[in-house]
Design a protein around this ligand. Structure first.
Ligand code: NAD
Length: 314
């Protein structure tokens, strides 16, 4: 039997750090190679192998895959929504070329499994806002959403045409305390905790009634690993699965934090990110993920808030 050898690309980002640590627990430290453009993240130091990699350099990636007998690739490197709007052509270039490099090497080398995340950003103003279905109008208006939607089509294409076992989730906004967020429109839901603890006040860049789908990082990591561990024939959607956790507005999360920090106050100064958020769903219908491979979230606004505050106070 072939031994699993995993390459995580973009391992020093908000998801990458926690996913790498979780995979190392499951597969053994030496069998999970972390890679990124950046310097090794402090939380990864001493936990397993690390290589410096620019995923845009296909040759280097190819050599790495062959040299280490890689059997699974998790591609997390990307330019996120808010950052992407500042430099659309760069975001398109990086988000597409990174995925195509990985899919093509996976095809050539017969990689067992590839993971690549999509996002709720694939949906646009014409998609239904509440309980947004898996299959519906998809007309993204941000370059990030456009690149994710195109990426989903490429994933399905490589799966159907070449048999590449690529799996994907449309993550909602992810909330975590271990590693910093990377320039997304939902980053406010992390900043608010830091500011509540340090300053007792927060100025939000979205308006008080902006509902967005969100998920606590432990749920996102578990969803990712459960999807990747599912039997191949259970993974019926080869573009990307809708994934739901919780849904709340800045006003609601502020009220939840106030239960624990009574003096906390919030004010609102919406900026360019408001327009991005206005085009996105408010909540997701993730029934197909539940049916096909048994997805069930554990965290809601209440228990996530308790856990975030407890861990940030440490
Ligand atoms: P992040 O920005 O925190 O991390 C991305 C990492 O990729 C960074 O460490 C960066 O240095 C690295 N990277 C960038 N360019 C690279 C390159 N050319 N070569 C190698 N590494 C490179 O992002 P994240 O929040 O961890 O997101 C990971 C994935 O999940 C992305 O595809 C993102 O679109 C998707 N996603 C994230 C969220 C969220 O809320 N965080 C929501 C939906 C989807």
């Amino acid at each position: 039997m072939k031994k699993d050898k995993i390459l995580v690309i973009g391992a020093c980002g908000q998801i990458g750090v926690e996913l790498t640590l979780a995979l190392r627990k499951m597969y053994g430290d030496a069998n999970v190679i972390a890679s990124d453009l950046r310097e090794e993240h402090d939380l990864l130091k001493g936990t397993g192998p690390y290589v410096s990699l620019d995923v845009m350099n296909k040759e280097m990636l190819h050599v790495l895959v062959i040299r280490h007998n890689i059997t699974q690739i998790y591609l997390l490197a990307a330019i996120l929504s808010a950052t992407g709007e500042k430099n659309p052509l760069l975001a398109w270039h990086i988000n597409m070329a990174s995925l195509l490099n990985v899919l093509d090497i996976a095809k050539e080398e017969g990689i067992d499994k590839v993971y690549w995340p999509s996002s709720i950003a694939v949906f646009g103003p014409n998609s239904p806002k509440e309980d947004t279905p898996q299959h519906t109008i998809i007309e993204p208006t941000t370059i990030y959403g456009i690149s994710k939607f195109a990426g989903e089509r490429w994933c399905e294409y490589y799966s159907h045409r070449y048999g590449v076992d690529v799996r994907s989730l449309r993550y909602p906004g992810l909330i975590s305390y271990k590693s910093a967020p990377g320039g997304g429109t939902t980053d406010y839901a992390i900043e608010i905790f830091h500011e509540a603890l340090e300053e007792k006040k927060y100025t939000c860049f979205l308006s008080e009634g902006t509902y967005l789908p969100m998920m606590y990082m432990p749920d996102a990591i578990r969803a990712t690993i459960e999807l990747m561990e599912a039997d191949k024939d259970k993974v019926k959607i080869r573009s990307s699965y809708n994934l739901g956790g919780m849904s709340f507005s800045p006003k609601e999360i502020a009220a939840e934090i106030k239960k624990h920090i009574p003096e906390f106050t919030i004010s609102y100064e919406p900026d360019y990110r408001q327009q991005i958020a206005d085009g996105w769903p408010q909540s997701m219908d993730d029934n197909l993920a539940r049916q096909d491979w048994g997805w069930k979230p554990e965290f809601n606004l209440e228990n996530m808030t308790v856990d975030m505050l407890k861990n940030l106070k440490k």
